[in-house]
Design a protein around this ligand. Structure first.
Ligand code: MG
Length: 253
């Protein structure tokens, strides 16, 4: 199933399920309890929002060997984690804003895991049962500030620096090695396959949930393949994962 969150023309926000003829609206939320309604809205009337409202986004650095190499750093022995604030999350078609503080904002295309239930000290073998599904994500980064600050809160944490969507796919197995790509104004910037991740989703859920409790709706960004590059005012950023769809965000100041 593909789960979306939409804003109607009368500004009502609800979760929905993608069906052949449109988006069926649901009462409630997939993270607690929900049920389908009779309402189905046509795709062209749906304004999609981020498909989840996480309490936190836990992101992983250097999780593709080739990306670590392009930054001349070692592939780590255990996952390097950091947090992007929930206020950095935006949905499909929403603008990424280049802050005046940075001269170098970059894209990082990433697979996003959406947690479905409370996860604490989860074993690797049990990790899949804590996943609601997967979506496409971006770990937008002010590279100059990330380097200058010596830690990553500011460089990774600006409002709009975490586009997510368009949908949460519940039937998705990244072990199949789907392609992840990132284009800027039709120029291919990043291309990778999900099986090139150093630490896979199950290992990441086990590792992170041993440190902090993951709550329903929380997101894990799983790291980016090589090819990160600059974003500038007026660009169109397109991030795509086979089987998960296309996340499109304009860039502006
Ligand atoms: Mg990243």
């Amino acid at each position: 199933m593909k789960i979306v969150r939409t804003r109607s023309q009368s500004d009502d926000i609800s979760y929905g399920g993608v069906e052949p003829e449109g988006i069926r609206l649901y009462r409630g939320s997939p993270f607690v309890a929900w049920e389908p309604t009779e309402a189905v809205i046509p795709f062209d009337e749906a304004r999609l929002l981020s498909p989840t409202i996480p309490t936190k986004v836990v992101a992983i650095g250097r999780n593709y060997a080739a990306h670590a190499t392009e930054h001349e750093v070692e592939v780590p022995d255990e996952p390097i984690m950091f947090i992007k604030p929930s206020t950095s999350v935006i949905g499909p078609a929403a603008a990424i804003r280049i802050p005046p503080h940075s001269q170098r904002v970059e894209h990082e295309a990433e697979l996003a895991i959406v947690i479905g239930r409370v996860a604490r000290n989860v074993a690797v073998e049990e990790a899949a049962s804590y996943v609601l599904g997967y979506t496409v994500g971006q770990d937008v980064t002010a590279r100059d500030l990330q380097r200058r600050d010596g830690q990553w809160t500011r460089g990774k944490g600006f409002d709009t620096f975490c586009p997510l969507g368009p949908a949460i796919e519940t039937e998705f197995d990244p072990k199949e090695g789907q392609r992840i790509t990132c284009r800027v104004n039709d120029e291919m910037r990043q291309e990778g396959v999900l099986t090139d991740m150093v630490f896979g989703p199950a290992e990441l859920i086990a590792f992170i949930s041993g440190v902090m409790t993951l709550l329903p709706g929380d997101v894990i960004l799983t790291g980016t393949p090589e090819g990160v590059g600059p974003l500038n005012d007026g660009d169109l950023l397109e991030t795509e994962i086979e089987g998960l769809g296309l996340l499109r965000n304009p860039v502006s100041t």
